[in-house]
Design a binder for this molecule. Structure first.
Ligand code: HEM
Length: 113
């Protein structure tokens, strides 16, 4: 299995992740009204910046989530699906970093909002 090495890998990962999010009975409702054609590349940009130093993400992540009223169990489920998707398609240092960073960011987000 390969590691996450290119922008296309990041986009592929996020597309596969959202396939899971969108059918998940616990958290799919957060995503049903989103314009996914714009949203998915934005989230891929975010991860490409973190994992492969590719500039491009310009959003405000914390602000985007502040209005969603997320609960601890929502974060747990989001992380579970994200980590499962990473493990299904990738392995290596970047895959490991993606799991570590997502856990850390979710923890920070949870503490802040
Ligand atoms: C409970 C878990 C989460 C849920 C339900 C959730 C849901 C959402 C939703 C609905 C949006 C779109 C907001 C909007 O445009 O109005 C969004 C944006 C985004 N999310 Fe999450 N999210 C969760 C956790 C996370 C975590 C832990 C990360 C990163 C590690 C993340 C990364 C992003 C990014 C990069 C965006 C784009 C923000 C922007 O507009 O610039 N999300 N999320």
């Amino acid at each position: 299995m390969k590691d996450i090495e290119t922008y296309d890998d990041c986009l592929f990962l996020i597309e596969k992740f959202y396939e899971q999010l969108l059918v998940d009975e616990r958290i799919s409702h957060f995503f049903t009204t989103l314009p996914l054609v714009e949203h998915i590349p934005k989230v891929a940009d975010f991860w490409a910046f973190i994992l492969i130093d590719k500039p491009g993400y310009t959003g405000n992540m914390m602000q985007a989530h502040a209005k969603l009223h997320l609960k601890g169990k929502d974060f747990d489920q989001w992380l579970k699906l994200f980590h499962e998707t990473i493990d299904k398609y990738f392995s290596g240092d970047k895959a490991k970093l993606a799991k570590e960073r997502s856990t850390l960011i979710a923890w920070t987000m949870r503490a802040k909002i």
